[in-house]
Structures are given as C-alpha cells and as structure tokens.
Design a protein around this ligand. Structure first.
Ligand code: PFF
Length: 460
C-alpha cells in the first residue's frame, strides 16, 4: 500500500537536472572501465557499429518504456506496477528490480571503492618507481588484504547515502548538475592528452577500425553480438527499474523520447571517449591492449608513472572514474530507498540508512571476496563474481524483457501514446515503430541474450 501523499512527492526541478541525473546513472564504470576493453576484445570498430545499432534499436525503446511506466504511475518500480496493473503479478518485476539493485550495488560499489584506493595512491605517488610486475602485485595484494577494500567500499556507500538522503532535487539532481560537467571536463583533457601522444594513431585505429574477421564464423559473430547487447543494457542502466524510478521524477510536460535519445547518445559518446583517452596511450607505450579487465587498475598505473605529468593525469583519471561511479551508485540506491519510502512508509533518511546498512552487509562479503571470503565460491565464482553474473547476465535482461512485454502486450498503445505525447501536447509519429519494437524485436533480441547469459543456450 502506498502511504505517501502524491502532492508532496519530490521530483527533478529542471530539464538539465533530468539529463544530468539520468546520464549520470548511465555513465559509469560500464563506460570507462568495461566498454574500452570489451570493444578491444571484440573487433574494435565492428563492435562499436553493432553496439550503436543496439543502443538505437533496443536500448532507447527500453529506456522509453521505463520512463513511461515511472512517469505515468509517479511511483517506485513496485508501486508503479501495482498501480498500473492492479491485482496482477506484474509488480514482481519491481520486486526483482529492488533485489537486483541490492546485488548490483554490493559489487559495483566495491569496484568503485578500488577507485578511492587508487585516488589515494595517486596522491601519495604510490606508483612511482614500481615495475609493471610490482604494480600488478600491488593491485592483487590490495584486494586480497580485505581491510582496505572493505573500508573503501563503506566510504563509497557513505558518500552515496549522504547524497541520496538529501532527496531528489536537493541531493541527486544537485550533485549530478555539479559532478557531470566536472566529469566531462576531466575526460576532455585526458582525451586531448591521449591523442597528442606520438604514436596515438595505432590506438585510435585499434578502437575504430572495424575488424570484420570476427564475423568469419558463426560462433564468434553471435558471441560478439550478444556481448554488445549485454553491454548496452548494463551501460544504459536499463532492466531493473532505475529508470522507472528516475522517470517517476520527470515533469509531466517533458519529452520522454528526446530525453531517452539524449541520454543514450551521451552514454555512448562517453564510452567512445573513454576508449579515446585510454588506447592511444596504451599503444604509445607499447603495452598489450588486450589486457582485459585489468586494463584500468594494473595497466594504466604503469603508464602514468612513466609519462610526463603522470601524477596529475593519474589523479584526474581515477577521480573521473570515481565520479562516474558515484552518480551511478546514487541511482541504484535510490531504487531501494524509493521502495522503502513509498511501499514501507519510512521517512527518506531512515529509508536511506536501512537500505545502505543492509546492502553493506552483502557488500562486506563482496569487497572481501578475494581475501577473507575467498573460500566461498559457486562454480568457480567468488561472491563478487556470483553477484556480478546473476545481476548483469540474468536479472537485467530478464527485467528488460518483462518491461517491454508489459508495455507492448499489457499496457497498450493508447496509454503509451498519452504518456509519450504528454497528454497530446507533443508529436508522436514514431509510436507505431516504437510499439513494433517493444512488442516483437526487443523481446526476441533480449530473450537471446538472456538465454546466453544463463547458459541455457550457449552461442559463444
Ligand atoms: N550504467 C552503469 C554503468 O555503465 O556503469 C551501471 C548501472 C547503473 C547499471 C545503474 C544498472 C543500474 F541500474
């Protein structure tokens, strides 16, 4: 039951605030840490092309669907489905979203915590004079030590909770409006530094030159295609109700379609720019670009301590990574907080505190899953790996599938049109194409990714 008075509900104050907060959620570790190495491993420019097609054809429609659900109900994901489909089991999608939020935050804030350790190491010049091997050992020792990863995780959760507890307008929106421009500025400087390196061209062509040889056989091609769709989901923050929650704070007059397009393109642009900031430097120093997920924490410090001005660039890079992660963790914590406030009747501060403490219990095991809890494992995955896999590969695609199914097959074109047109005030000539995608294309494509992630139907 919803006990809050709807007229007193908090919301975003400005259009720029909506874009900054939503882009803040989308732009995160997924763009700066994950996208560059996944693109690098999957054919560079060829991956980029497929990724772009998915963002436009599936990512944007799913994002619009979440906005439509959130804004028409003006509630958190669980309350929204209960209101829009009374007496039906659709609200379970919302419950799944809240569960996914718990799990995502528990591992995502752990990685975000590593960023704080690396900001600290940048400040104290901790990379200086270390060989590449020593820098690798430094990262492994840090993670296996447990105490520091747990402390940094808690600090990161504390920062997130501080902002979320201040509310939508005075917390989330206010900080997004400050942090996102700083993020853009830092990324811009790092890109300029990277492309002016001697030998930068090799890195740029690694990222942009399409290597279509990945399509030479069916297995590799499907693997890459599904990887691109999975990356699009995670990167756009879709499939778990984060954007239902943010959508519920968007002004009734705002254009949901243009908001979704702007945010999705900004997210893609930042992912590409992160690649531009990283690969030219990696190539200029003659380092193997296929370093995979260690690229950011093991490889980049090697470069920073060798390059002129490395001290400042290293600091800038890890601050950039931390800020990007912060505006994302805020959006995930808000899902749980909004649920506690509206469905369980708590005041915001108490809701934020309880959400943060309960997520931190799970996060404690995650942050120390290379150390104290290294013995807890399931089919070769530690606690971190289990949460990462279950949320990103199972819950997000499943959530996305159910969200589009809800919009396409239950909610219906008329109600969708009312919401997208802001009650008839905006043109929605695209709505037939949109409905076709959410009814047919998106569910089929997502079902394939879901089955692949679950391992039921393994393509790659
Ligand atoms: N989109 C974020 C990133 O790319 O880092 C991660 C994320 C945030 C996923 C919020 C899901 C979510 F609900």
């Amino acid at each position: 039951m919803t006990r809050i008075d709807p007229s007193s509900r908090d919301s975003f104050g400005t259009k720029f605030g909506v874009i900054a907060a939503t882009a803040g959620s989308a732009i995160g570790l997924g763009n700066i840490w994950r996208f560059p190495y996944v693109a690098g491993e999957n054919g560079g420019g060829a991956f980029l092309l497929i990724y772009l097609i998915f963002v436009i054809a599936i990512g944007i429609p799913v994002m619009m669907s979440e906005f439509v659900i959130g804004r028409s109900a003006q509630l958190n994901p669980v309350g929204a489905f209960k209101k829009l489909a009374p007496g039906k089991p659709w609200f379970l999608i919302g419950i799944m979203g809240v569960v996914a939020a718990f799990m995502i935050l528990a591992f995502y804030a752990a990685v975000a915590g590593w960023t704080l350790e690396y900001i600290y190491q940048s400040v104290v010049n901790g990379f200086k004079g270390k060989s590449p091997q020593e820098l690798g050992v430094m990262f492994d020792t840090f993670r296996e030590g447990s105490v520091r990863p747990v402390i940094w995780f808690l600090v990161f959760m504390g920062m997130t909770a501080y902002i979320v507890s201040a509310g939508v307008k005075d917390g989330i929106e206010k900080y997004a409006k400050i942090l996102m421009p700083i993020l853009l500025f830092l990324l811009f400087i790092l890109c300029i530094r990277a492309v002016t390196f001697k030998g930068a061209g090799a890195g740029l062509s690694f990222l942009f030159k399409p290597d279509f040889s990945i399509f030479a056989n069916f297995r590799d091609a499907t693997g890459t295609i599904l990887e691109a769709l999975g990356q699009a989901f995670f990167s756009l923050s879709i499939g778990m109700g984060t954007l239902i929650t943010y959508g519920s704070y968007i002004n009734k007059k705002d254009n949901l379609a243009t908001t979704a397009v702007t945010v999705s393109l900004a997210d893609t642009l930042i992912a590409v720019l992160a690649g531009v900031a990283i690969f030219p430097v990696v190539f200029a120093f003659g380092i193997d670009a296929a370093e995979g997920e260690d690229l950011v924490y093991k490889t980049l410090p090697i470069i920073f301590q060798q390059m002129t001005g490395g001290y400042i660039f290293s600091l800038m890079f890890f601050v950039l990574l931390g800020l990007a992660a912060l505006t994302s963790t805020i959006s995930v914590l808000e899902v749980v907080t909004a649920y506690f406030v509206e469905e369980l009747g708590m005041v915001r501060k108490k809701a934020t505190l309880i959400a943060t403490l309960s997520i931190s219990v799970l996060g404690f095991f995650t942050a120390a899953s290379w150390g104290w809890f290294t013995n807890i494992s399931l089919s070769g995955k530690n606690v971190f790996g289990i949460l990462d896999f279950t949320s990103a590969n199972i819950l997000l695609p499943l959530g996305g599938l159910l969200i589009v199914a809800f919009i396409g097959w239950y909610f219906g074109r008329e109600r969708v049109n009312t919401e997208l047109s802001s009650e008839g005030n905006l043109k929605t000539r695209y709505v037939s194409v949109y409905m076709f995608i959410v009814k047919f294309i998106a569910p089929i494509a997502i079902a394939l990714v879901f089955l692949n992630g679950f391992g039921i139907f393994k393509f790659s």
